[in-house]
Design a protein around this ligand. Structure first.
Ligand code: ADP
Ligand code: ZN
Length: 297
């Protein structure tokens, strides 16, 4: 029997703790509501310690320090989530369980999950974008998860406003930017324009879907040009429930205007896809982070 690994997917509303094996089998999982950091992380650490996992992989909401060389590795940075700024996540977990830990962002973990267990299996250049309460991108480049000076914050790239957008210019759902991807396509931006997107039937309204999908396509053009992924996967509550991919693919092709002659551009239906692991891409990526923390390749 292969070693028991622990996977922790940290979210703003819930923590998903799971045990599993390197082949992607999930053995057990539990959901712990995200409350104050001390009690939440203690509950998670204790759960893993009781199960005797040999390594832990953590996918954290950000912004967070993912640089192993930094004195603040494994700590939250300044975050809008009340009480969580500067919290030492890894330190808290370590006080309950002392095993090797792999630590990355939730979106990098999801990207890794798709690259190891999902539709991007075997690919070394993959971009995963979640469109939910916020927008975040995880990026695998030449087989390595991209970090740089912090970690990609590609949800905040600036876009050109669609004149048909009912949201007044100067307003968006991002407190920092009036025209960034997140501010224009995240769940709260839908609420700001139309109220409850489910009650408003946004998914069945071609004009509304085209507006949001168009913004997504603009952003994808920038991501393709900068990162050159071999596959792009879109997830998150908005990404999973709105049919954004057809208008996004069309906008991408329109923006690039025939400039890129890569085979991927000839088959946009398989280049830009929805998540393939039924929402488990994050937790499976955490499992892979745990496996890698044991030094296995
Ligand atoms: P989080 O980003 O917090 O991890 P999710 O990825 O589940 O969570 O995204 C939550 C967001 O998705 C909310 O803003 C919610 O309004 C939006 N959302 C969920 N379901 C739908 C839907 N059917 N249509 C449009 N938006 C949705
Ligand atoms: Zn922004």
């Amino acid at each position: 029997m292969s070693r028991l690994l622990g996977a922790l997917e940290m979210g703003g509303t819930k923590m998903v703790c799971a045990t599993g094996r390197a082949n992607g089998e999930i053995v057990e999982r539990v959901r712990i509501d995200t409350a104050d950091p001390t009690s939440t992380l203690e509950a998670c650490g204790t759960w893993f310690a009781e199960r005797g996992v040999e390594a832990l992989g953590v996918g954290a909401f950000g912004p967070t320090d993912v640089d192993p060389a930094s004195p603040h590795f494994g700590c939250m940075l300044k975050t809008p989530k009340p009480g969580w700024s500067n919290i030492d996540v890894l330190g808290s977990l370590h006080s309950a369980i002392d095993v090797p830990v792999g630590y990355d962002t939730d979106v990098n973990a999801a990207c890794l999950g798709e690259a190891v267990y999902g539709c991007a299996r075997g690919l070394r250049d993959v971009l995963y974008l979640t469109i939910g309460t916020g927008v975040g991108a995880g990026v695998l480049v030449e087989g390595k998860l991209l970090h740089g000076a912090m970690h990609p914050e590609a949800g905040h790239i600036p876009l050109t406003r669609d004149p048909a957008d009912p949201m007044p210019s100067g307003e968006s759902a991002c407190p920092f930017h009036t025209n960034c991807l997140e501010g224009l396509v995240c769940g709260p931006s839908l609420w700001k324009r139309w109220g409850d997107p489910v009650a408003a039937g946004v998914a069945d309204d071609p004009g509304k879907v085209a507006l949001i999908g168009g913004y997504l396509g603009q952003a994808l053009a920038a991501f393709v040009l900068c990162y050159m992924p071999r596959k792009i996967i879109i997830g998150g509550g908005v990404g999973d429930h709105l049919p954004l991919l057809p208008p996004a693919r069309a906008k991408l092709a329109d923006v690039l205007n025939g400039y890129l002659v890569i085979p991927e551009m000839d088959d946009l239906d398989s280049y830009i896809v929805g998540n393939s692991l039924d929402g488990d891409q994050g937790i499976l990526g955490c499992l892979e982070l745990a496996r890698r923390a044991l030094g296995e390749n």
